[in-house]
Design a protein around this ligand. Structure first.
Ligand SMILES: Cc1cc2nc3c(=O)[nH]c(=O)nc-3n(C[C@H](O)[C@H](O)[C@H](O)COP(=O)(O)O)c2cc1C
Length: 176
């Protein structure tokens, strides 16, 4: 068993309060580089990533994102490139592009953890406003924002339910 990987998965937590220390360019690039190692259906890689470090842009993103409780020092916006999705002939009801947003998110969160950063995903935001703020190309839709920064010593209480189910409670072995 690879203890380091298991330990990283177990110790990663969503960070909702950051210090004002900047995110190093090398740290941000290391996290972005890991996005391409996320598993994607058919290895199609129909996603685009917008990296944001400019304080005015980060403030603008926050203004249109009710779910962004933190004040990030950097952000990575995971986007679906819908013209590419259609060009691949993926049918409109196919959940693949959204599932791939999830795998990208999980990979980015763990990569940030590995790079010594804190990270928090946000899906509660205006898609139209974020696309406009970032000047995304037509058809490239922002689906999830990963906020990045250095974790502050004090964190707001976790949304985690206390005494949630143990893994044994949510796993069915073989046929039910
Ligand atoms: C798809 C998705 C969307 C999320 N959206 C938000 C959000 O808008 N704002 C927020 O503060 N946290 C958001 N979260 C973080 C969850 O609330 C968090 O993962 C959960 O409370 C468990 O905390 P933990 O990851 O630290 O164990 C989101 C997580 C996922 C997977």
């Amino acid at each position: 068993m690879n203890d380091a990987v298991l330990q990283a998965i177990r110790t990663r937590r969503v960070v909702r309060a950051f210090t004002q220390d900047p995110v190093g360019r090398d740290q941000l690039e290391a996290v972005l580089d890991c996005a391409r190692h996320a598993p994607h259906a058919g290895n199609r890689r129909l996603h685009r990533y917008a990296a944001v470090t400019s304080p005015p842009l980060l403030r603008a993103l926050r203004m249109v994102s009710p779910g962004m409780l933190q004040r990030p020092m950097a952000a990575i916006v995971v986007c679906v490139d819908w013209p590419q999705v259609h060009a691949y002939g993926i049918s409109p009801g196919n959940p693949g592009p959204y599932i791939d947003v999830g795998t990208a998110c999980a990979t980015l969160l763990l990569a940030a953890h590995g790079a010594g950063l804190g990270a928090g995903p946000v899906t509660s935001f205006s898609r139209t406003a974020v696309a406009t703020i970032l000047g995304l190309p037509q058809g490239v839709a922002p689906e999830l924002i990963v906020c990045l920064g250095h974790p502050a010593a004090e964190q707001p209480p976790a949304m985690r339910r206390r005494g949630g189910p143990a893994w044994q409670d949510v796993v069915q072995w073989e046929r039910g």
